[in-house]
Design a protein around this ligand. Structure first.
Ligand SMILES: [Zn+2]
Length: 518
């Protein structure tokens, strides 16, 4: 159906009635004087025959009929012409000839003026030509006689076209090429070929286009040219790329009725380093260790001649730090390494300033009930149980030792739910929970103390730290068996090792997740 229509259309375009002239061609470089070259008109544009031109120049041609291509071998220059294409190559350089070349059974025709202008510039500087009106019409009849339907240039009537236009959008990371359609296509209609070179080929099954409308020379700085070829069942688009694209996506967008071809540039150094930075933000590489209390803030006092909380936790932190420091992929930061008190707000600030990726605050609890014992891990969240709230209150009470200007800083700290809703903590809560789960598992299996599990409360020391964070109550100084254990180096070393294993397992989990996202 379409083929028959094309025949009709083109019979009108190349009609003997409107053919009248020939060219008189002189090229002193090639010893050609006043050679006659007949002209045929296609859509009122003068075309010349390539075989006749080759005869005048006495140069060879070679045709690849199955690809509808012809090569003309001028001295030092070979010109390739493809039927239905408005582009030719001269020694691989691409030029536009305005309207497509036409193939008949025996010959190829190109638009005279653009083609001869290219010859003048690139093959023969002394080529001159003029039109001559006295040509006989007998030749013209023989030309039209060889025109066959299968050899016609494929120019499509506007009402048949379903690929109407092509738009180009340059973007910082590549280019989007949008082919406007007037009927829906599916992704299955689109096949393409791209291996990162300078040619991209897209075949649109069921596509009908006017190759003159879709073909472009230098449409954007990324694309040298677009060549559209209408086949019987599809449209072939060939893009000659000016830039080195590394990947591509082609899909049909039903909302805009466009075939969207996206070509991506390699990630540039700037984007790479930003990605690297973003990746580093999530890699657990800096661990902040916070031994509670210090100086005159002794924490829960040691009974039975045992150590105070501040000394137990400092000793465990130093042991844990020594293990972590052995690793080349970790940086360890301490809020204190000696027996000094640091305001709670300042501990978080130390952590933030150091670019901490994990904040661990160590404590030992103490209550009136001497039977209470065991290890408990706390997440920063509004306290749920009375017991958890009381633990936080005991730990927060340490601010009574701080100066008035420091105490000012804790205004509003009691409104934990408000703080959590408005700050970055949410982002880190999931990681904090994961660490708590890992650590709790290690405590259950390796620590000969009761595991009281993971709880939540509003610890001031955790509020300011913008990173995953956990507060560990490593036992009760008010319980004799806990206190006795905590006063042995062996047990403190064991706790340090369990914390170390948990931190490493957590780090490995997080780093793996980061790598996956890249
Ligand atoms: Zn404490």
């Amino acid at each position: 159906m379409r083929r028959a229509y094309l025949f009709l259309l083109l019979s009108l375009l190349i009609s003997p009635g409107i053919l009248a002239r020939q060219l008189i061609l002189t090229d002193r470089d090639a010893q050609i004087v006043n050679a006659e070259l007949p002209v045929v008109f296609c859509a009122q544009i003068p075309y010349i025959s390539l075989q006749q031109l080759a005869q005048i120049y006495k140069v060879k041609t070679w045709e690849r009929a199955e690809a509808a291509k012809i090569v003309i071998y001028f001295p030092q220059r070979e010109i390739k012409v493809t039927a239905a294409s408005a582009f030719i190559t001269v020694n691989r350089e691409i030029f536009q000839i305005g309207t497509p070349a036409v193939k008949t059974d025996l010959d190829y025709y190109v638009p005279a003026e653009p083609f001869l202008a290219i010859l003048q510039q690139h093959v023969s500087l002394r080529l001159r030509y003029k039109y001559y009106d006295g040509g006989s019409s007998s030749y013209l009849h023989s030309c039209s006689a060889v025109v066959q339907p299968t050899a016609l240039p494929l120019v499509t009537a506007p009402e048949k076209v379903n690929l109407s236009n092509m738009l180009f959008e340059e973007k910082s990371n590549g280019i989007a090429i949008k082919v406007q359609t007037t009927q829906p296509f599916s992704d299955a209609d689109l096949t393409y070929f791209f291996h990162g070179g300078n040619g991209f080929f897209l075949s649109i099954n069921r596509g009908i286009c006017d190759p003159l409308v879709l073909s472009r020379y230098h449409p954007t700085h990324s694309i040298e040219m677009v060549e559209a070829i209408q086949d019987t069942e599809s449209v072939q688009l060939r893009f000659n790329l000016n830039r080195h694209f590394t990947s591509s996506v082609v899909q049909y967008d039903f909302r805009t009725s466009q075939i969207v071809l996206s070509l991506y540039l390699p990630l540039n150094e700037d984007i790479k380093s930003k990605l690297e930075l973003a990746k580093n933000e999530w890699v657990i590489d800096t661990i902040v260790l916070d031994p509670g209390h210090g100086g005159k803030a002794i924490g829960t006092p040691g009974r039975w001649g045992y150590m105070h909380e501040k000394d137990i936790v400092l000793d465990i932190v130093l042991r844990l730090g020594a293990l972590l420091e052995k690793r080349s992929d970790l940086n360890v930061v301490y809020t204190r390494k000696t027996d000094v008190d640091i305001p709670l707000w300042q501990r978080a600030e130390i952590a933030n300033r150091a670019g901490g990726k994990l904040f661990i605050s160590l404590h030992v609890d103490g209550v009136n009930n001497t039977s209470a014992k065991g290890v408990c891990l706390y997440l920063l969240r509004p306290g749920k149980s009375k017991e958890a709230i009381e633990v936080a209150e005991r730990e927060n009470a340490v601010i009574q030792f701080e100066e008035a200007k420091d105490i000012e800083k804790y205004k509003g700290y009691d409104d934990i739910s408000n703080i959590l809703a408005n700050m970055v903590h949410k982002a880190y809560m999931e990681d904090s929970e994961r660490l708590a789960e890992i650590m709790s598992r290690h405590i259950s299996s390796e620590v000969p103390q009761k595991n009281r599990g993971v709880k939540q409360a509003g610890f001031y020391v955790l509020i300011g730290a913008a990173m995953p964070k956990l507060l560990c109550e490593l036992g009760f100084n008010s319980n004799r068996s806990d206190a006795k254990l905590l006063n042995t180096k062996k047990h403190r070393q064991l706790l340090a090792e369990v914390l170390y294993q948990s931190i490493i397992e957590f780090k490995e989990y997080c780093d793996r997740t980061v790598v996956k996202q890249q």
